[in-house]
Design a protein around this ligand. Structure first.
Ligand SMILES: [Zn+2]
Length: 278
């Protein structure tokens, strides 16, 4: 199972190829101002997932037809920077510190400027940007938040030694930073946790890996080989999609296509992602 997972991680990271030629926007990041918060989508890479990543056991035949549709497997690895009046906060870090630092420098931010990092889960494409090749912290002044359950399943990860007491393990649904609440979303990993930022009556949900590709908006029952507990993953995804489609919460997803941030609408038999304009 671990071997299978690693081979997918390998495919995931190394099959990535830039695909921005059709876009007029800045290919590397998108900037959106929501209430008092400026959110930058920091795009590490863009690619199409391989078809065999996806699983839909009940309707195998239908899966092929959904995946045949253009755009259905379009994805990215994206980290997010939220600049609030009080702090600079990263949501996940992608897999590559060099690229993340480059993205931050493009918007005139140094790694030393980052105050907080909220980790959704500890897969390498979310925490890989935390440490460099010499195994020193990339973000020396940041406090890093990880849910207790996610930390408990990853106790041997070297980030705990490297960041020491800069890592804050939490077990709460209450605010961890002013205006930022964690929300449990177990399934994809044992302790995956989303973060909801509320500003001037609007909410932005940094949802980690609630889904990996557009085909899962169309058919939320489709899961992937990355998902630790498929049943829980699908259940959580359906609940969250229903909720954000109802209340128009802005969602920011680590694997959504550029600009990786937008809203969700209900369609006849599934959902549709509507990117924010910038
Ligand atoms: Zn991921």
């Amino acid at each position: 199972m671990t071997k299978l997972f690693l081979s997918f991680v390998f495919a995931f990271v190394f099959c990535a190829s830039p695909a921005f030629s059709e876009l007029n926007q800045n290919p590397n990041f998108a900037k959106n101002i929501i209430g008092n918060v400026t959110v930058f989508s920091l795009i590490e890479s863009a690619f199409d997932h391989p078809k065999d990543l996806f699983i839909y056991p009940e309707f195998k035949k239908n899966l092929a037809s959904y995946l045949a549709k253009p755009q259905s497997r379009k994805s990215t690895i994206t980290a997010f920077l939220a600049v609030t009046p009080d702090a600079k906060i990263l949501f996940d870090t992608g897999s590559e510190p060099k690229i993340l630092i480059r993205r931050l420098n493009e918007i005139k931010i140094e790694p030393e400027d980052i105050n907080f990092i909220c980790i959704t889960h500890m897969h390498p494409d979310h925490i890989g940007g935390l440490i460099n090749i010499n195994e020193v912290p990339v973000f020396p002044h940041a406090t890093i938040f990880i849910s207790e359950r996610e930390a408990d399943y990853n106790t041997n990860n070297k980030i705990f030694d490297i960041y020491g007491d800069k890592i804050k393990i939490f077990d709460t649904n209450e605010e961890i930073i002013k205006g930022i609440k964690p929300i449990q979303a177990y399934g994809h990993t044992s302790g995956q946790t989303m973060y909801k930022v509320t500003t001037k009556g609007r909410s932005i949900l940094f949802w980690g890996d609630i889904l990996h590709a557009p085909v899962q908006f169309t058919k939320p029952d489709i899961y992937t080989h990355y998902d630790n507990n498929p049943k829980e993953t699908v259940g959580v995804r359906k609940n969250i999609l229903k909720q954000v489609a109802n209340d128009k919460t802005i969602v920011a997803g680590a694997h959504l296509a550029y600009p990786a941030i937008g809203t969700v609408s209900k369609t006849k038999d599934g959902y549709k992602f509507i990117p924010l304009s910038k």
